[in-house]
Structure formats: C-alpha cells, structure tokens
Design a protein around this ligand. Structure first.
Ligand code: CP
Ligand code: NVA
Length: 307
C-alpha cells in the first residue's frame, strides 16, 4: 500500500513527482482518447465535499474516478451535517473510514489541513481561498503540451492576487519559471499567503502592460472570487484597468498563450476577442483538469505504477 500523501498545495509534491504525474497524464489521456478501458482504481471510492459552487472540478473528478474504474460520491455542506456545525475533525474520521480518497473545496486552507490531519486516506485540495493546486497542474500540463518545458519561461498574471495566482507563484519555485504579477493598488500579492521564499521567481508591476511585456503566457481570473461577493461593486471599479485585451496580448511574445481557469466574465477580466481568439487555449486547459487529476488520484492511491 502506498504511504499516505495529501495534495493540499502545489509544493506538497516534489518536482520529480510532478514530472512523473505529467508522464502518467500523457499515458492516461492517450488511453482515454483511444477508448481503452483503464481501471486501476476499481472498487475505490472518491468522496467530493463542496462548500462552494463548481462545474469543472466536480465534473472532472467525478468523471475521472468513473473512468478509472471507481465511483464518486458528491456531498455538499448545505445538505450534509458539515453545514450544521459537525467538527471538521469528526467528519474526517468518519468519511475517511468509508472511502479511499477525498477531495474538498472549501474556504480557509486551515479547514482542509485540519481535515487531512484526521484523515486515513489522501485528501486533495479542490480549491480554497488560498490555493487551487489542481488547476495549476492542468495549466502547466497544457503549457507543456503546446510549448514544451515551462522552465525559464515568463508567465504574466493580470488581476487579482487570489488562490490561482498564489498557486502559480508556488509552481514557479518548483518548476523554475518567472511570474510577473500586476494587480491594482491594495490587491498586491501577500508574500506570506503565497508562500514565497524569495523574489527570484516573482516580480510585481504597477502597470499590467509592463507585466505582459515579452510573456510566454498571459493568464487571469475573475475579479471577485467565491466568498468575496460582498466586495463585487468595489472590485469592478478597482480592476477596470486590469482587463486582458488585444493590446495587452500584443505586448507579449507573438506566440503567447492565453489561459483562464474559468468561469470567465467577458468584458471584465478578459476581452471576448482574447478568450475566443487565436492565442487562447482555455478549452484544452479545462479538459486537462480531467487527465491530470486522474494521474493525481492514481499516484496518491497506488504510488508509482509501471504500466
Ligand atoms: N476552474 C474551476 O475550478 O472551475 P469550477 O469552479 O467550475 O470547478
Ligand atoms: N479564483 C476563483 C477561481 C474559481 C475556479 C474563485 O476562487 O472563485
């Protein structure tokens, strides 16, 4: 049996383990595309706990587990005891006795850490206020598919310094690339929250056009993340000059890619002509959630496999 591992942040996996995951992703994706049955997780059960809305994360984990031969159970906090004050630790003890692997989407990172510390089975972060590591697995895999190794490349992050941005910053340290962040004043990256150790892989710019200059990848996300809806009006005003538009894309390299974790708001953080334009790889990015997470679940449950 594989030793108990969790995936709560990008840095929970070492660089060689992430490289292995991408190798497995390629194999698992090719088998899926060729309609080959691959059931290494037969009789295994994934429990998915959602405290926030989701389309991609739920679908990719649920479909992915079925495609690997296992089954998936969806719980949300509105109609389970989790929403009625049952302690996270008690829930972890019980849920992890009835399942083989757990994915959680919640608010504070601390909640998922408390759950993991009382879980008998691997726990995966399906998004917290602080991080979204499954998203960046898919994003980096997508970059590599289109452009080769990401090492030494330049990623421009335009907009809010949120969970997705923090995870890009962690990934930059692991994979050795640079993230050029531009946020409105007052929304800058908090080094501690992003888990930054130095500044080698990170630079902050007041002007988004400067951040985008020469980038290999331009990426952004919603101005108002889940849980921050009360700030929406204020954010619409504060972020108005931080839209990724065609002019910003022209400041980047001519072969620049555009990514967005989705859901997107055309006319807010991104212009329609960018997300629907020739540089955009957002649909590949979304699809790769499925393949990378299948490799992740296989790794957490079976360790390194040969076939
Ligand atoms: N990108 C992403 O996690 O999408 P969902 O919120 O739809 O799961
Ligand atoms: N930053 C966004 C990502 C959604 C997938 C949020 O947390 O709502």
């Amino acid at each position: 049996m594989a030793t108990l591992r969790h995936f709560l942040q990008m840095k929970d996996l070492a660089k060689d383990e992430l490289a292995y995951l991408f190798d497995r992703t390629r194999i698992i994706k090719a088998r899926f595309k060729a309609y080959q049955r691959y059931w290494p997780l037969q009789d295994r059960t994934l429990v998915m706990i959602f405290e926030k809305a989701s389309t991609r994360t739920r679908l990719s984990f649920e479909a992915g587990m079925h495609q690997l031969g296992g089954s998936a159970i969806y719980l949300n906090t509105r109609d389970s005891q989790l929403g009625r004050g049952e302690p996270v630790e008690d829930a972890a003890e019980v849920i992890s006795r009835m399942s083989d692997i757990v994915m959680i989407r919640t608010y504070e990172q601390e909640i998922i850490e408390r759950f993991a510390s009382h879980s008998r089975v691997p726990v995966i972060n399906g998004l917290t206020n602080e991080y979204h590591p499954c998203q960046i697995l898919a994003d980096i895999f997508t970059f590599i598919e289109h452009r080769g190794p990401i090492q030494g490349k330049s990623v421009a992050w335009i907009g809010d310094s949120n969970n997705v941005c923090n995870t890009w910053l962690q990934a930059a340290e692991v994979f050795d690339f640079k993230v050029r962040v531009s946020t409105p004043p007052g929304y800058e990256v908090e080094a501690e929250r992003a888990g930054l150790h130095g500044t080698d892989h990170f630079e902050q710019f007041a002007d988004p056009m400067v951040a985008a200059r020469g980038a290999d990848l331009v990426t952004t996300d919603v101005w108002t993340s889940m849980g921050f809806e009360a700030e929406n009006e204020e954010r619409l005003r504060d972020f108005a000059d931080w839209q990724v538009d065609a002019e910003m894309m022209r400041a980047a390299r001519s072969d620049v890619l555009f990514m967005h974790c989705l859901p997107a708001h055309r006319g807010e953080e991104v212009a329609a002509e960018v997300i629907d334009g020739p540089h955009s790889v957002v649909w590949d990015e979304a699809e790769n959630r499925l393949h990378t997470q299948k490799a992740l679940m296989e790794f957490l449950l079976l360790g390194r496999v040969e076939d």
